[in-house]
Every structure is written in C-alpha cells, then in structure tokens.
Design a protein around this ligand. Sequence first.
Ligand code: IMP
Length: 186
Amino acid sequence: MKIVAATGNANKLREFREILAGYEVVSAAEAGFHGDVEETGSTFAENALLKARAVCKATGLPALADDSGLCVDALNGAPGVYSARYSGGGDRENRALLLKNLNGVENRRAHFACCIALAFPDGREITAEGRAEGKILHEERGTGGFGYDSLFLSDELGVSFAETTEEQKNAVSHRGRALGALKKLL
Ligand code: IMP
C-alpha cells in the first residue's frame, strides 16, 4: 500500500519510512501534491489532521502528516501551535523571543508535543501523540538540533536537545514517541 507523507522534510520522510516499513511511503510532491495547507487549527492534532485530510483528498491516497511545537507552562502553553511563527523571524529570533518572554520567570517547565495523523480515503483517521518533558534554560546550550533544541533541557537526558545525538534525542523526543505510538496503532 502507498502512503503519502505530507512533508517536504527529508528527515521526517526517512523517519516515516522506518516506522511504516512494509508500506511505500512517498512525499507529497512525488504524489503530485504541491499545495500548502494552512495550519489554522488550535491544537497539534487539528493541524496534523488538516494536512493529512487535504493531501489524502487531493491524491486519493492514505496521507500522513504531523504537527509539533513547544509548550511553556509559565506562558500558558505558548508558543504551542505558533512555535514556528513565534517571532515572525527564523529559529534564532524565536529562541531570542522565548528567552525575552521568560526573563525573570522562575518556573521554566515546558514540554515538546507532537501529533501524527493518518487519513484514509474511506474517511478513517488515526492520530498518535507524544510528549517530551523538560525545562527552558537561561541561555543556549549545544550546537546540534534545530528550532528550540538548544534552550530545552530534557528531563530524561539531563542535557539540552542540542547537546545530544539525533539517536538519543529520538529515543525520548515527542516525535519519536508519537511515531512509536502510531506504530502500535498500526
Ligand atoms: P513543525 O511541526 O515541523 O511545523 O514544527 C513546528 C515548530 O516547532 C518548529 O519550527 C520548531 O520551532 C518547533 N519544534 C518542533 N519540534 C522541535 C524539536 O524537536 N526541536 C526544536 N524545535 C522543535
């Protein structure tokens, strides 16, 4: 069976392929979908489903999509679904804004969340979620990763997501856990 992954990100494609061994996973572009789906939902699940449904409808194939972000307790869950668009700039500007908004704030509790949705042409839908718990550092640590990784001290790893290997991060990350949960559901 063919499944379309609603992503242009090569790393995500590779991860989806690993989890869905036995299925032929193709990118949205390979399936002829070149559109952009607006993430208008207020939850990660809504956004993942929006993307999966749109690509499923356009291609007539089962479609997989994910949405993720960082939720900070002291900011009432922000940046949340707006994580990528937090500052209006790129990753560096997003991290700077996060540090600014947490300036003088003692409660640094936060988690990364990820939802993966799979939509089938017959209307069936599966969603799987994962979380990674941690704290927001007062300054960046580590040079690996992307997004908010260098500001996120993982409870389980004891180091920031930018100070670890991709393999170690995947073992405890929100995306790794959502993928694991999806695998079980399949
Ligand atoms: P998306 O789900 O790929 O659209 O990611 C949303 C945004 O959340 C990214 O642009 C990052 O800012 C942030 N984000 C999601 N997952 C991670 C992660 O594992 N590390 C760092 N930032 C992340």
